[in-house]
Write a protein that binds this ligand. Structure first.
Ligand code: BMA
Length: 928
């Protein structure tokens, strides 16, 4: 497997341009041995970057950790200590200084070099660097050895320290290994409700030995902050101002006196747009900082996908000495944009436009509000060294193909690698980023806070130059869930825990953030009612609103889960807020994914292997006996299918399993569709709702989860359905399930108004047009990021006694408009179907689907009735996405569907095995 070393590339680049060369030994290029003091028989080759599980797997000491119940079988690895020992390193004897530079150690280490103890580390998210010059002087065998302690055991021991912080029962969400909140390690390594718990260890990021001549430096991190003059993180930037470019380099070693920093900004073709020396250069404690300004209009702005070009520039910084010799060169790819998370009070002007009072909560790109469409990103693999650029590119391709423009990078995994931001910069995906805290409250002792402060400073500086970086949030669901739970469980102790929360997420993080970036907004919690006031005289200016709400006013963003299966499509249950950053329901992966991990005899809905891979609701412990909760999660999916769809009852057990898996995906898809449509309509309502990010984008193993994309990249039904309702212009029906009132809306997130033509036709399931007339407006205009009501009526009035089980409404909209920042007019179309009765009781008829295979596409035709949820399926061994899937067809309608192949080990034979089905097939005992 390809593992990347971005730093190595950068280091090589900087080597080329220095006068007196420094030597950077990439520790990924030397031999390593992995052994354990707990197991004398294990001694295998190790790698950097890597993790113990991966190296043991490569050496065939263990099998695939994701296979069957290996999660449980491999706990011994997490409970053991492990040592990575290098071969003797080829180092210079006469260097002026020698440094260990370790970009990521997971997590608890004791480091030895030349047989001497160098340091101990305890934070997976920090970059560590140690001056080991003194050790080398007396060293014949420069061997580096990094001993990793068991994270679960150390977490337990930390918890047991007398006087250690505790929280009321129920506040700290327990997944599998306990006490994750005491340590700075990827929190989902200890288990989550969509993933296994391996608690891996290892040198998980690139590592180097750096040797410097006198008056020479190694750049270990660089901050670039680009903002409009006068910009302040919590207010809308003035788009007429010039740009400020602030650059700050963290280095090891010592600089000659009198250096200055020369810079060039060039475009992709290499043409220099601007060059000069940075002004206001300051130098202290291994940090050199300076700035320049770039005239407004001198550069093209960077836009997210669908809103304009992803214009990128190259920034080169040359640190030169007084004789104009370059000491070191740093290159960063940058973009010019402002991205602002607006939490300001709703203005009178907004109220006059119909916006409900309260607080804003939305994003603005380059001064323009937009509708954020996307999902929540979780760690795409339980072992980060497996996450290659190529894999992320494939995933991000699906993000773009799915009409998504923003991902919330959920905060209890790991800080995203640079190459992930690089891809997002190129593809125009905004990455809402978070500090790695979630579903718990955290200690606030001095050591913990100091540790976090180092982590925050390193990470904020590392990624700030990426135009795709959209936002920083402190942690996951802290305000709406954690603080609320304390309030409910221990109201007397609420003030204390609130104060501690503020100590960490405001007093500690905010001054570091504001000290480094003026371009990125921050909120302590992912879901929040926003700030109430700001006091600029303080280094921590924020006073949060919490529950200080005014009746009738709307604040903040929303997070909503409802596992009561009877509520599908009940709009009154959805939260009304300014932005939806989480909502969802779990579903099974496809049979093809299950087959990658589970033996054929275990492929049934409630086999113990399948059940034990369902981690929702969380197990609450590490043993299989804790997993009785899995039956709740499996039960929720089962009951949802039973209530809303024809229940699969296939003769063949594998086909039945497959049909059940697929049906859980149909429920998930409808569940999300109704909510996304509801939130998008909110852009036209007093809440002025401006974002839908569903839970969750992708999987990290083959299991029942909320994901829309399975572990190998295969799309579930929801990713297709979300693609459809994330189109710029959509038409949707809204039914009040209590009184049967029905509304139909055309909704657009384009930035200029459109003129749209609407067609509404009722059919029965056999495909006959029904003679139902509705008083609908068929030619409408829809404003910028807005919606227009086409129909308000009552379903009983419309159906006039007809049985809802045999009535279907097809809605088509076709609109002329243009995309943001584009002058060309284009046609936007959308088709949607409304079924007034649950599909479980509808009069489904055989649509007589026909599939023909063309060169580069497939054609599907419904010959004898309406086809609901037409599904093109393809075998394992390939990963591709169809242009469209999970769609409906009227009788006689045919659709040509293209596809994009992402990977293929079948030599193209997958094409011969493509099949088509629709919901009708659920009712058949044969086939799927
Ligand atoms: C929210 C998220 C995650 C979780 C998901 C599904 O709570 O923030 O922590 O995995 O819902 O339960």
């Amino acid at each position: 497997m390809l593992r990347r070393s971005t730093q190595a590339v950068l280091a090589a680049a900087s080597l080329a341009s220095v006068a007196v060369s420094h030597q950077v030994l990439d520790l990924g290029t030397v031999d390593w041995t992995l052994a354990s003091p707990n197991f004398s028989h294990i001694s295998v080759p190790g790698k950097v970057p890597s993790q113990v599980h991966l190296d043991l797997q490569d050496a065939q000491v263990i099998g695939d950790p994701l296979h069957a119940l290996n999660e449980f079988n491999l706990r011994w690895i997490a409970y053991s200590n492990w040592t990575y020992t290098s071969s003797p390193l080829a180092l210079q004897k006469n260097a002026s200084s020698t440094w260990l530079v370790l970009n990521g150690l997971d997590t608890f280490t004791s480091i030895e070099f030349c047989g001497q103890h160098v340091a101990a580390t305890n934070n997976q998210f920090r970059q560590y660097y140690f001056d080991v010059s003194a050790f080398l002087g007396f060293c014949d065998r420069p061997v580096l050895s990094i001993n990793f302690g068991s994270a679960p055991i150390i977490a337990n021991a930390t918890r047991a320290i007398p006087g250690q912080e505790t929280w009321p029962f129920g506040v700290q969400q327990l997944y599998e290994f306990p006490n994750r909140e005491y340590i700075r390690k990827e929190q989902s390594d200890f288990g989550w409700d969509w993933g296994p718990a391996f608690a891996p260890a290892g040198i998980w990021q690139p590592a180097y030995v750096v040797q410097l001549p006198p008056q020479n430096v190694y750049v270990r991190n660089t901050l670039v902050d680009i903002y409009r003059e006068g910009q302040y993180n919590f207010y809308a930037p003035d788009q007429t101002k010039d740009w400020v470019l602030n650059a700050s380099v963290d280095y090891l070693g010592s600089l000659p006196l009198g250096v200055n920093v020369q810079y060039t900004i060039s475009d992709a073709s290499g043409e220099n747009l601007q060059a000069g020396s940075l002004s206001n250069v300051t130098s202290e404690d291994g940090r050199l900082t300076g700035s320049t300004s770039v005239r407004d209009g001198a550069v093209e702005p960077w836009w997210p996908v669908g809103m304009g070009q992803q214009q990128l520039y190259n920034l080169t910084l040359n640190i030169v000495d007084s004789s104009n010799t370059t000491v070191v060169t740093v290159k960063k790819r940058i973009g010019f944009r402002t991205i602002f998370n607006n939490q300001t009070p709703i203005s009178q002007e907004q109220i006059d436009l119909g916006v409900a009072p309260g607080g804003n909560w939305h994003f603005e790109i380059n001064g323009h509000e937009f509708y954020a469409k996307g999902s929540n990103f979780i760690p795409p693999d339980v072992f980060w060294p497996n996450v290659t650029e190529q894999r992320l590119r494939q995933l991000f391709d699906s993000v773009i193909d799915g009409n998504q423009n923003m991902l919330r990078v959920w905060s209890s995994g790991a800080y995203s690698p640079d190459f992930m931001y690089d891809l997002a910069d190129e593809m125009g995906i905004l990455l809402w980023s978070e500090f790695e805290f979630g579903c718990a409250l955290y200690p606030v002792n001095e050591k913990f806070l100091e540790n976090v402060a180092h982590e925050v400073e390193y990470q904020v500086r590392r990624v700030n130059h990426h135009p795709s970086l959209a936002y920083w949030a402190g942690g996951n669901e802290l305000e709406n869930l954690e603080l609320q739970t304390v309030y409910k469980k221990a109201p007397d102790e609420y003030p204390r825990y609130l104060a501690e929360y503020e100590t960490l997420f405001l007093d500690t993080i905010v001054p570091i953030l504001l000290g480094n970036t003026k371009s990125i907004s921050y909120s302590p919690s992912s879901t929040t009612n926003g700030w109430q006031s700001l006091d600029f005289s303080k280094s921590q200016p924020i006073t949060q609103r919490y529950e200080n709400l005014t009746a009738g006013a709307i604040y903040g963003n929303t997070d909503s889960y409802n596992y009561n299966i009877t509520q599908l499509g009940n709009l009154s249950r959805y939260p009304v807020g300014r932005f939806a950053n989480e909502f969802g329901y779990h579903s099974m992966p496809s049979l093809q994914s299950w087959q990658q991990a589970v033996a054929s005899e275990d492929l049934s809905f409630n086999s113990s292997v399948v059940m034990l891979r369902d981690h929702h609701p969380p197990a609450g412990g590490v043993n299989t006996s804790n997993f009785y909760n899995a039956s709740i999660g499996q039960g929720q999916m089962t009951m949802a299918v039973q209530k809303w769809y024809p229940v699969p009852d296939k003769t063949d057990s594998l086909a039945n399993f497959s049909a059940w898996c697929h049906s859980t995906q149909l429920f998930q898809a409808e569940f999300y569709k109704f909510q996304i449509e509801f939130y998008r309509r909110g852009s036209a309502l007093p809440e002025r709702q401006l974002g839908s990010l569903y839970w969750q984008l992708e999987d990290q193993w083959q299991a029942p989860t909320w994901a829309g994309i399975e572990y190998d990249g295969r799309w579930k039904v929801i990713h297709y359905v979300a693609k459809d309702v994330f189109k710029p212009v959509i038409i949707s029906a809204y039914r009040n399930v209590t009184n049967n009132d029905l509304e139909i809306w055309a909704i657009s997130d384009l930035w200029s108004s459109i003129s749209a033509t609407v067609n509404l036709t009722w059919y029965d399931w056999s495909g006959n047009k029904l003679n139902i007339s509705m008083d609908a407006t068929t030619n409408v205009s829809v404003g910028a990021i807005n919606g227009t009501k086409i129909l308000v009526s009552n379903l009983d009035t419309i159906l006039q006694g007809r049985d809802a089980v045999n009535a279907l409404l097809r809605m088509d909209v076709s609109a002329q408009g243009s995309r943001p920042n584009s002058n060309s007019t284009q046609t936007f179309t959308h088709t949607n179907w409304f079924h007034p009765a649950p599909l479980s009781s509808s009069n489904l008829t055989d649509p007589g689907l026909e599939l023909s295979k063309n060169n580069g596409s497939f054609t599907v035709k419904a010959t004898s009735g309406v086809a609901a949820f037409v599904w093109l399926d393809y075998p394992g061994g390939a990963v591709l996405n169809f242009e469209d899937n999970g769609f409906w067809l009227a009788k006689g309608e045919e659709k040509e569907v293209g596809y994009k192949v992402k990977s293929d080990t079948t030599g193209g034979r997958w094409k011969d095995a493509v099949t088509v089905r629709s919901l009708w097939n659920n009712a058949l005992s044969e086939g799927y």
